[in-house]
Write a protein that binds this ligand. Structure first.
Ligand SMILES: [Fe+2]
Ligand SMILES: [Fe+2]
Length: 290
């Protein structure tokens, strides 16, 4: 359970205006209607329960399993998401492109070609004062579309983020665990959080690296777990066992939210706590097929 100085007695109250513990929640790939349903049901309570200052969410699978629409983007903000990251399906729904270009709450992968629409970082002003920057990066191993070097891209973006922004969160959206782990080490001490997405399976390697970066290889999917990575099991197995292609529809049952809670010190940007969370939702009768 996160607990910060705001909840504790301090003999130096004036210090609180300079040093604060900022509570972040990073949520993994929200898949289709079941993912959106669990997000809408659970997030407002999580914000209250953990006194969250900023919620970051990967929404690249939100619309029918691939992409994000402008209408769903508004719903995510309404549920309590503050910053949205994307991935290989960033432009799958074309009507999101004007939103990506104009909104200050959503980023496309920073190592997409420079001419790609959208911002390479976004900054959110928390209610308690400190600002949080978010960056999205795409891996290059076993990943389409191919993209530019993520290491060079993040170096460029870190130079552009104003010095006053101490809290920097990076979503490394990649297939290979090695690529995500390497990015964690590469950014240790330069980012507050490096969290992996795309593989949809939560990993048990959350830690705080030696220079103060909270890291996890994958925060896990927010969506239907009675599935293969969010898709209907029978469709996937049929295709795998026969080589007959079929559309992989989004599954319906056992929706869960997966993510990480991270506490970051406002003045240094160093993480002081990381923990995985998983919230199951029983009531699936409200979810219509996607
Ligand atoms: Fe992805
Ligand atoms: Fe995904």
């Amino acid at each position: 359970m996160l607990k910060g100085p705001r909840d504790e007695f301090t003999p130096y109250p004036w210090l609180e205006s300079f040093i604060m513990q900022v509570n972040l929640l990073c949520i993994g790939d929200v898949v289709g209607k079941p993912g959106r349903f669990v997000l809408s049901q659970v997030l407002p309570d999580l914000i209250r329960k953990y006194d969250l200052d900023c919620v970051i969410c990967n929404a690249e699978n939100a619309a029918g399993g691939s992409g994000l629409t402008g209408q769903l983007y508004k719903k995510f903000l309404h549920y309590g998401v503050n910053l949205i990251t994307l991935g290989d399906h960033a432009y799958r729904k074309l009507d999101i492109i004007p939103v990506i270009e104009q909104s200050d709450h959503i980023v496309r992968p920073a190592n997409f070609p420079p001419t790609s629409p959208g911002k390479t970082f976004a900054i959110y002003q928390t209610n308690i004062g400190p600002k949080v920057a978010v960056v999205s990066l795409l891996g290059r191993l076993y990943m389409r579309p191919t993209s530019d070097c993520p290491y060079r891209a993040i170096d460029n973006v870190l130079h552009q983020i104003p010095d006053e922004v101490k809290i920097i969160v990076v979503d490394i959206h990649a297939e290979a665990t090695s690529e995500k782990i390497a990015m964690g080490w590469y950014l240790d001490g330069r980012a507050s959080v490096v969290f992996g997405t795309h593989t949809h399976v939560s990993t048990a390697d959350e830690c705080i690296l030696p220079q103060g970066t909270a890291y996890i290889t994958d925060v896990g999917m927010t969506g239907p777990y009675d599935s293969v990575l969010g898709r209907k099991k029978d469709r996937v197995i049929r295709t795998l066992t026969t080589n007959i292609p079929s559309p992989f529809e989004v599954a319906n049952d056992d929706p869960r939210l997966c993510g990480i809670l991270v506490q970051v010190e406002s003045t240094t940007g160093n993480a002081t706590h990381i923990e995985r969370i998983r919230v199951d939702v029983d009531n699936t009768d409200k979810i219509e097929p996607t």
